[in-house]
Design a protein around this ligand. Structure first.
Ligand SMILES: [Zn+2]
Length: 337
C-alpha cells in the first residue's frame, strides 16, 4: 500500500546521482598569500580558493538545491561485491559530496597565508589557530571547517542528515596541523592527543575522513614495494587517529588499478587488502560507476570535480550547474595571471 492512499506525500526519495566537488585548504589570509615575496603565491593561485570564494560557492550550491550527503552512504558491500547504494535526499534536493584534500597544514607553508591548525576552542567549538605577527589568531571564518559548520547552522536543510564533508588526509607531515608522524617529530605523544581531540569533535559534528595516501607520491612513480610501504605507513600512523576508512582518494588523481593484462594491479590489490572499497579520482565529468575492465573485476570509482583557482579562471563549463565561476572569482585579491 502506498503512502499516497493516505493522502501523504513522501518527503524523501532515493538517488544514485551524486555529485562530488573538492578543493584544498582555503586561503585564509589572501593579502599575505598573494604578496609579491610569497614563494607559494603561484601555487595558491592555481590550486586553491579563498575563504570568500568558498562562502559564495556554498551559498550558490544551496540556492541550486544541492544538499550534503555522506560519501559513506553511497556504497555498500553486497554478497562480497562493492555496489552503489542509493542515497536518501529530501524531494527536490540533489545529493552532493564535498571533500577537502591535503589537510595537514604542512609546516613548510606555515605563515604563508593558510591557517596553522584546526582546534577545539575553550567552549568546545571548532575553530582555527594561526600565529599572525607573533600573536595567536583564533578564527571562525577563515577555513572550511568553521565556515561550513556556520553555514549549516544557518541553513540546516543544506545538510538534512547532519553530514558535513570528507577530509582527505595524508600522514607524512601529520594531520590537521599536528605533527603526528613518526619521523622528526618533537612531542609526538602530545601532538597525537591534540589531534585526536579535534578528530573526535569533527566526527561528532558530521565530518568524515578518507585516505589520501601517506606520502602524497605519484602512484605510477613508486615501485610495488615502495607503494606497499606507503599503505602500511597509513595503516600504522594515520588510521589509529582518524579510524578505519573504506575510501581512498588518489594523490594527483593518478591511479593504477589494472596491470597491462587488465588484471587488478599489485598496487591496487594492496589497497583492497587494506580495506579500501571506493576509489576517487579527479575529473570534471560526473563519474560514479565501475571502471571498465576486461576481466569483470568490479572496482567502484568516483570522480571528483576540482574547484580551484585554475578551474574558476577557466570558467570550466562543468561548474555552472553548481555556481558561476566568474561571479565567485575573487578579483580583488588574486594576482592577474
Ligand atoms: Zn593532494
Amino acid at each position: 500500500m502506498s503512502f499516497l492512499l493516505y493522502g501523504m506525500m513522501p518527503e524523501y526519495e532515493y538517488t544514485t546521482t551524486v555529485e562530488h566537488l573538492f578543493t584544498h585548504c582555503l586561503i585564509a589570509y589572501p593579502f599575505n598569500a598573494f604578496s609579491r615575496d610569497n614563494p607559494m603565491k603561484n601555487d595558491y593561485n592555481k590550486d586553491c580558493i579563498t575563504k570568500d570564494e568558498f562562502k559564495k560557492i556554498l551559498w550558490s550550491l544551496y540556492q541550486n538545491n544541492y544538499c550534503l550527503v555522506s560519501i559513506y552512504d553511497t556504497f555498500e558491500m553486497k554478497n562480497g561485491i562493492i555496489v552503489k547504494k542509493p542515497v536518501k535526499v529530501p524531494i527536490g534536493k540533489k545529493a552532493l559530496i564535498l571533500s577537502f584534500d591535503d589537510v595537514n597544514y604542512d609546516h613548510k607553508k606555515m605563515g604563508l597565508g593558510m591557517v596553522d591548525k584546526i582546534i577545539v576552542d575553550s567552549n568546545g567549538k571548532l575553530a582555527t589557530s594561526t600565529i599572525v605577527d607573533g600573536k595567536e589568531d583564533i578564527s571562525y571564518s577563515n577555513e572550511f571547517v568553521p565556515i561550513l559548520e556556520n553555514f549549516v547552522s544557518l541553513h540546516p536543510d543544506f545538510s538534512p542528515f547532519k553530514d558535513m564533508a570528507t577530509i582527505n588526509i595524508t600522514g607524512y607531515d601529520g594531520v590537521l596541523g599536528y605533527r603526528t608522524q613518526s619521523k622528526n617529530t618533537i612531542n609526538r605523544k602530545q601532538e597525537i592527543e591534540k589531534a585526536k581531540q579535534v578528530i573526535r569533535k569533527l566526527k561528532q559534528n558530521g565530518w568524515n575522513f578518507a585516505s589520501h595516501s601517506y606520502g602524497h607520491y605519484h602512484m605510477n612513480k613508486l615501485t610495488d614495494e615502495q607503494f606497499f610501504e606507503e599503505v602500511k605507513l597509513w595503516k600504522d600512523e594515520v588510521e589509529p587517529l582518524v579510524g578505519q576508512t573504506q575510501v581512498y582518494v588518489y594523490p594527483y588523481g593518478e591511479w593504477q588499478v589494472f596491470d597491462n593484462y587488465g588484471n587488478i594491479s599489485k598496487k591496487h590489490q594492496s589497497l583492497i587488502d587494506a580495506g579500501f572499497e571506493l576509489f576517487c579520482g579527479v575529473g570534471m565529468q560526473t563519474y560514479f560507476s565501475y571502471l571498465p575492465n576486461k576481466n569483470g573485476n568490479k572496482v567502484l570509482f568516483m570522480d571528483r570535480k576540482v574547484v580551484d583557482g585554475n578551474t574558476l579562471r577557466k570558467r570550466d563549463k562543468n561548474l555552472y550547474a553548481f555556481f558561476d565561476p566568474q561571479a565567485v572569482y575573487d578579483y580583488k585579491v588574486r594576482p592577474s595571471v
